[in-house]
Design a binder for this molecule. Sequence first.
Ligand code: NAP
Length: 292
Amino acid sequence: MADQTAKYLVTGASGQLGALVVAELVGKVPAKNVVALVRRPDAAAALEGHGVEVRIGDYDDRASLEQAFQGIDRLLLISASEMGRRAEQHKNAVDAAVAAGVGFLAYTSVLRAETNSIGLAADHRETEAAIKASGLPHAFLRHGWYTENQTASIPPALEHGAYLGAAGDGLFSSATRQDYAEGDVAVLAADTIQSGAIYELAGDESYTMAEFVEVISAAAGKPVAYVNMSEAEFAGALEGAGLPAPIAALLADSDANAAKGALKDESHTLQKLIGRPTTPWTETVRATVKAL
Ligand SMILES: NC(=O)c1ccc[n+]([C@@H]2O[C@H](COP(=O)([O-])OP(=O)(O)OC[C@H]3O[C@@H](n4cnc5c(N)ncnc54)[C@H](OP(=O)(O)O)[C@@H]3O)[C@@H](O)[C@H]2O)c1
């Protein structure tokens, strides 16, 4: 049962995950108790359709966040998207939450944030430390890989007959954004808050990229090979495809660390939170191919 009386706020509500969280939350608690935070006023219309209040705030503007967080009991801080700047931006949100008297903050972190060797984990580690130091009642929702990160590369893979990566035989335990959104809401809106709780969230099944590519190939009826490269070669290929060098390096680093198990998880915590198996990655791959 979800807490029907608390006032909730979801940051990043105009984003892919945030929009799913808002939709899920209004199915569980009265829409009038839900506030969606966006930084662009033009993003408000789609969210207002849910009957929620939209407030404006930017992670780079602490005062705007403090104002937006007034009267909020439970806040979901969805991690920001500007790599390398996120820790500073999240710290603004945490300080604003303290100043506004927010009662509980849940943060979308990364699997095993304290020890995860993946470069993307650094910002999350720093943010978790800031949240702990703030004294705010909190929970860490440590997300694993999104299956959509990988299905996004299906169109070029089909075009070239090759899916590039540097993940070797590393196992990915990915889940969909919808799965994570439901897990996040289960914790955010729980009847009873467990402060300090840490949830390692991931998909039920683990797979290698070679297995992933086999399913793409079978679904499309076209040969596609998984081409495993060194981390440097993969970063170069991503840059060649138009990604900025720092993003290409971070993605190649994620693959190289996945090869060592950084994105594998067998806890099934997400399944327990959402009360159903996570969406099978094979289903997500087949649906993506079918929609092309
Ligand atoms: N675990 C994984 O595999 C994985 C994969 C992708 C992303 N992530 C993380 O999860 C987060 C959510 O994912 P997503 O797919 O929903 O990403 P997304 O679609 O890029 O959404 C990011 C959201 O953050 C908002 N945002 C960015 N900078 C902001 C700022 N300075 N102030 C206020 N809001 C700001 C964006 O607002 P605008 O709409 O105005 O840009 C958007 O609503 C990402 O930001 C990233 O940290 C994890």
